[in-house]
Design a protein around this ligand. Structure first.
Ligand SMILES: [Zn+2]
Length: 228
């Protein structure tokens, strides 16, 4: 199955993936993981991370909506619900420099607890530092099946306080951010527009949808709308 949007083509396929060592780390640096993590390093089973998700991530990287800053800190991430109990697959931490990502650059989040700021994931890489914010979307509504987080300064600045916006005091990758997202998700405005910006996370924009296609198209509508 193919999704065509404008000049871009996203290929829909499935490949499955698989996931054993257990480490606990907690790193505080900006741009890096802030949550407590139980990480099983192993190759994901085929099919857990499909071609559509990989192609969508790589398209966003080409558009520089996902990437890496000159100081080496990566930005942007993408996820999709996988299986039951709010599991999801998300691009890995510190993969923003990868031009052509593969399934080895994604991680399966099999369990999370927002209030404890902790999660369990598996793959060749650890989950993105913003995984718990993605988790908030999946926990809030079972019909949210994909979440995209990108950085774009001009679009972010233009959309601040026009679309749903998290408070500037709330920092990325924190339980406070996850809870702020969940509160906004209860509003008619965000349920309708499916896009939000984070005032306390410069350049940070989230879109989501019932499908990856929907989340991607919403983002592109703003990105290409001369909105900025
Ligand atoms: Zn971000």
């Amino acid at each position: 199955m193919f999704l065509m949007y404008d000049r871009r083509i996203l290929i829909f396929h499935c490949s499955f993936v698989a996931a054993s060592a257990l480490n606990m780390i907690n790193l505080p640096e900006e741009g890096y993981i802030k949550y407590s993590i139980a990480f099983h390093e192993e190759k994901l089973d085929r099919g857990i991370c499909d071609t559509e998700l990989i192609e969508c991530r790589n398209t966003l990287h080409q558009l520089k909506l996902i990437g890496v800053y000159p100081d080496g800190v990566g930005y942007g991430n993408i996820s999709r619900r996988s299986g039951e109990h709010n599991q999801f697959v998300i691009s890995g931490t510190q993969t923003g420099n990868i031009t052509s990502a593969t399934e080895d650059h994604f991680s399966l989040v099999s369990h999370f607890e927002i209030k404890n700021n902790s999660l369990t994931c598996s793959g060749k890489v650890k989950a993105s530092s913003e995984a718990l914010t993605h988790a908030a979307f999946y926990e809030a509504y079972t019909n949210i099946n994909a979440v995209i987080h990108v950085h774009h300064f001009l679009l972010w600045k233009k959309l601040l306080h026009i679309i749903s916006t998290t408070d500037e005091k709330i920092l990325y990758g924190t339980p406070a951010m996850a809870n702020a997202v969940k509160r906004l998700l209860q509003t008619e405005k965000l349920q309708k527009e499916k896009i939000l910006v984070m005032a306390g996370h410069s350049e940070g924009i989230f879109t989501f949808g019932n499908s990856l296609q929907e989340a991607f198209i919403i983002l592109m509508q703003y990105f290409e709308s001369k909105y900025y």
